[in-house]
Ligand binder design. Structure first.
Ligand code: NI
Ligand code: MN
Length: 227
């Protein structure tokens, strides 16, 4: 499969049969190379309800008919917004879909959406997502601080690729990201969630070089790796 990075926390996984998009924040994403009007998706996986993660989900799902998998409160909200194909999940739960297995993990963060009238709606617990497809496991950490159970998640799962936020301010920064990388024991580590806004400016190459030799990989926007 091909895993490509599209700025912020947007990651595309192209398997033999499906195109899976994580957190498709395209409109307003200064870094991305994707176009919300043309991007293809069979499946959209959402970590939490913040606008820089839900992004263009509603428009993409309506146009493509993609299945949207999300924390339960967010899934309910999306269905009320007219997204027909939604699947709600919650932390610790796994489900075998036709495209692969999805397991939600905890993340230490927050999760809400601001409606057009300014009302802030609670979107359930923020999450990370373990995606197992074609025998490989990808861990998208979502937005989170460092927490001790990342060690447990690393012990319980044979992680081929960990997508670790390094932006700091809203999530863990590079120093904590290095500890996460060590605990997760992932074969490959790709930094995400940096340089989109001034407060999350980081040097991803410096981070990748400090991850155990050869494991840290910076994907420039639009670049992919093969798993
Ligand atoms: Ni967030
Ligand atoms: Mn975020």
């Amino acid at each position: 499969m091909e895993v490509s990075f599209h700025g912020h926390a947007v990651v595309k996984v192209k398997t033999g049969t499906h195109t899976i998009l994580f957190d498709p924040f395209i409109t307003g994403n200064s870094l991305t190379d994707l176009d919300a009007d043309t991007v293809e998706a069979d499946v959209i996986l959402l970590t939490h309800g913040h606008s820089d993660h839900v992004g263009d989900t509603i428009a993409i799902a309506k146009r493509t008919g993609a299945l949207v998998v999300a924390p339960n409160e967010l899934a309910v909200w999306l269905s009320k917004k007219g997204v027909e194909n939604v699947h709600g999940m919650n932390i610790g739960g796994a489900y075998n879909f036709d495209f692969g297995r999805v397991k939600y993990t905890q993340a230490f963060h927050s999760s809400s959406i601001e409606e057009e009238d300014g009302t802030v709606v609670y979107m359930g617990m923020p999450s990370g997502i373990l995606l197992t497809v074609e025998g490989k496991t990808i861990y998208h950490l979502g937005d989170t601080s460092l927490f001790g159970d990342l060690k447990l998640i690393g012990e319980m799962n044979d992680i081929d690729l960990a997508l670790i936020p390094i932006g700091d301010n809203y999530t863990m920064g590079p120093e904590d990201g290095l500890i996460a990388a060590e605990w997760l024991k992932a074969k490959t580590v790709v930094p995400i969630h940096y340089n989109t806004f001034p407060v999350i400016e980081q040097d991803p190459k410096a981070f990748a070089e400090k991850v155990s030799p050869g494991k840290g990989v910076v994907l420039n926007v639009g670049e992919s790796l093969t798993l």
